[in-house]
Design a protein around this ligand. Sequence first.
Ligand code: CTP
Length: 397
Amino acid sequence: MPKIALGAASSVSLYKALEVLRGFQKAGCQVQPILTPNAAKLVSPLLFSTLSGRKTIVETFDDGQAWSVAHIALAKEIDLLVVAPATANVIAKFAGGIADDFLSTFFLAVEKPVLIAPAMNEAMWHDPQTRLNAERLRARGIEFVEPEAGYLACGDAGHGRLAEPETIVAAGLAILGRAKSLAGKRVLVTAGPTREAIDPVRFLSNRSSGKMGYAVAAEAIRRGAEVTLISGPTAIESPAAAEFVRVVSAADMAKAVLDRVGKADVLVMAAAVADFTVTRPAKAKIKKGAGSPSLALVPTVDILKAAAARPGRRFVVGFAAETGDLRKNARAKLKAKSLDLIVANDVSVEGRGFDADWNKALILDAGGGEIETPVLAKAELARRLWDIIESHAAKKR
Ligand code: CTP
């Protein structure tokens, strides 16, 4: 039985949280209610306890007990945290890491998926700081059920009304459904740039941050896959992959990928591999007094092409970083490298693609199909990509 923690904050729409609770129960989930102290002034926690059959948690030190341990235990136990309604204050606390009541403390301890359904006045929802807070949470993989338009408790009509309980329940169940969709699958993901040494202190590289590949790996882990993440040098903390391999050069990455690809069910090559390497890197630091040096470059192995050509049935996904002719260039790469899918993005747009939290992609498949996404948080793009990979891989089998 899936276990859900349902957090609710002090909005007039709080009564709808009871319907959300009932909706999850009807779908066979166990629900642990959590109210913020202000929410508990609007509605009796007893009502939530009676419906859920579990004591509603409000304060961090309820009953004189140290909930500092209870919130960790509960965080491990649940499959999903749903916060409905979430106020601007709760969203700000989550985004800023403030832990001054049970719900916000619990949020920090939760490593499972989180779904947030905001409810507030339209001006508050569109406030630049609230937007920024929500964007920060989205960039971390947290999903939102957008508020709807309609009459608000303050008498205004606008965007900010809590989504309908059935919409929230459906979004929560969709997350739970994905939780095991890649169970038993071995997934190989590459991420980040490579570095090609010029001398012991200098190298050739590119602007890739690794964020997209890490988001792809994190989503596969969330879906239950056994993930190997092969990463070039990045500044990001690695997700809890079954295997994490750090590499530096294109040659290191080629070896790491080709050694493992035979066992992979899916390969997603999100790394920005250097196309050229320095023929003979200098053994000692090149001194500026020695005149203008010239670099002799040789092409690196095309890892993706080599991996796709290996025998065995697997689903192979490449990326294409382009600065023009996106569709044409990406389709040519898909064909030349015998890929199942290619995720193309225009890296010439500031704030998207390389070294950004956001991306907009054109996803092409081998059958001629294509999907163009809007600008999305990389975590959201990773979710959509896995939905597409799963549906295409099912057809390929
Ligand atoms: N790739 C690879 N090995 C390389 C270069 C690229 O495996 N030596 C992979 C990348 O990880 C990506 C795909 O090939 O998934 C396309 O990379 P991209 O840099 O867009 O294209 P290239 O094939 O390098 O072609 P070009 O640089 O001419 O655009």
